[in-house]
Design a protein around this ligand. Structure first.
Ligand SMILES: NC(=O)c1ccc[n+]([C@@H]2O[C@H](COP(=O)([O-])OP(=O)(O)OC[C@H]3O[C@@H](n4cnc5c(N)ncnc54)[C@H](O)[C@@H]3O)[C@@H](O)[C@H]2O)c1
Length: 427
């Protein structure tokens, strides 16, 4: 029988719950044996679901890590600015890690985590879940099979979706960069990682533009109250919090995030709509992250890529990869096939990706895929092409940080120079 890998969970929020729910689905591959989470209902959900004894349930990660190494690996799924400390402590105990992205909101901390993990010889798999989604796995396979020859250029678009933007990046955890990080890091570190992974070469230079233009107080409807639940004169607002959080009973994601409780009741949601940012007029929050941004990237051998992140759409990702022998187009919308046009035959071939549902659904199958891959990755001699080590993940974060520097300074940033400066900073 294959070995059961034991896990400790640090942070039982939406992501921690997602990964551990999937681990349970996978039978005897994993066993979650301890949890650290300050919110009682979230902690209890994990405790009951995984049958964890009281003495291994904690309200903070320090108490859990003070026990020393008690499992094969640790899941770190606290908020962005709370990754560094538990990750470094867990690495010091020689835990392998499943670490949520971003590795850290601070580039120097990313570097320190990568260097320390290498020094301690532990594996850190960063939750760049797009790599493991059904669509991108197939695209990578087609590229490895040389279906379109050598990649010359990629146009890639991340459509965040207007409502998703309002929930996560205006009202929610990631609206204010001082609490979390810049938009490109939170939302598009996946895309920078995917571009580098698909191209398979080093990024050399980046340039970026973007700003916050719409979710600002100038766009608030006349006489709108601070909280939608107080009664807004604008009846057709797509961002009315009462409609999104209270009336839509099926939106467990929004309701759980707003109340910060497992299994929230309507009363809890109403309370959140009166007292938290989730109830606020979407034009009157403390958000400062961009609602649209573009990045130009130059890779080795003259390969170029353009990337656009944008809030003003229904959602989805769209990629167009142009190679020396053909082109590949894909829409990550759960419906469209991948299409490949071959220059020689002048034929277009379509590859249908069956969209996943249920436990496999999150991030187009990516959440499920990373948990499945983690098992192999933590074993001996992983030689798959999906997972990457922490140094690659962190290098791909540096593309993001460098792009953000470009946006803020109106310059083209050279990646080698950027990383050299960073290394100098932490000497
Ligand atoms: N990979 C992806 O696609 C993806 C998607 C969404 C979010 N994320 C990232 O995942 C992370 C978590 O996001 P989330 O939506 O689950 O947030 P969340 O706020 O729902 O969960 C974080 C949890 O950490 C807990 N926590 C706080 N202090 C703690 C402590 N001292 N000890 C233990 N637990 C503590 C909080 O109470 C909370 O329940 C973030 O960094 C986010 O950027 C990744």
């Amino acid at each position: 029988m294959s070995k059961t890998l034991s896990a400790i969970l640090i942070g039982a929020g939406l992501r921690g719950k997602e990964y551990t729910d999937i681990m349970l689905e996978l039978g005897d591959r994993y066993k979650v044996i301890a949890v650290a989470e300050p919110i009682e209902s979230r902690r209890n959900y994990i405790k009951q679901k995984h049958n964890i004894p009281d003495e291994l349930c904690f309200d903070n990660y320090d108490s859990l890590l003070n026990l020393g190494k008690i499992a094969d690996f640790a899941i770190v799924s606290t908020m962005d600015r709370q990754h560094y400390d538990p990750a470094m402590k867990a690495i010091s105990l020689k835990y392998d890690l499943l670490l949520e992205k971003p590795v850290s909101s601070i580039p120097e901390e990313c570097l320190k985590i990568a260097e320390y993990a290498e020094e301690m010889n532990v594996k850190v798999l960063v939750c760049h879940v797009l790599r493991y989604s059904d669509m991108f796995v197939k695209i990578k396979e087609l590229l490895l099979d040389n279906t379109i020859g050598d990649i010359v250029s990629i146009n890639h678009e991340e459509c965040v979706g207007n409502v998703h933007q309002s929930h996560s990046f205006v009202r929610g955890n990631w609206g204010n960069s001082k609490r979390s990080s810049c938009m490109l890091l939170q939302k598009s570190c996946h895309d920078m990682d995917i571009l580098q992974w698909l191209i398979g070469k080093k990024c050399k230079k980046v340039q970026s533009f973007g700003s916050l233009t719409y979710f600002t107080k100038e766009h608030a409807p006349k006489d709108s109250p601070d909280y939608c639940i107080e009664g807004c004169p604008e009846k057709n607002c797509p961002y009315n919090a009462v409609k999104l959080y209270l009336d839509d009973k099926d939106n467990d994601w929004f309701r759980t995030a707003a109340t910060r409780q497992a299994n929230p009741t309507d009363e809890m949601v109403i309370e959140a709509l009166h007292n938290t940012q989730y109830g606020k007029c979407v034009y009157k929050c403390d958000n400062d992250v961009v609602d649209h941004q573009t990045v130009n990237l130059l890779f080795e051998d003259g390969v170029t890529a353009t990337f656009t992140m944008n809030a003003f759409n229904k959602g989805g990702r769209f990629i167009h990869i142009m190679g020396t022998k053909g082109e590949l187009r894909a829409a990550i919308d759960g419906e469209s096939p991948i299409s490949v046009y071959d220059f020689e035959t002048k034929e277009t071939k379509e590859y249908n990706i069956i969209s996943t549902d249920g436990i496999n659904a999150g991030h187009g199958g990516g959440d499920y895929g990373i948990v499945v891959t983690l098992y192999d990755y933590l074993g001996e001699n992983y030689n798959g092409y999906l997972a990457s080590g922490i140094t690659t993940s962190v290098n791909n974060h540096f593309i993001v940080f460098a792009a953000e520097e470009s946006r803020l300074t109106n310059t083209v940033v050279d990646l080698n120079e950027y990383v050299a400066k960073l290394k100098n900073n932490i000497k």
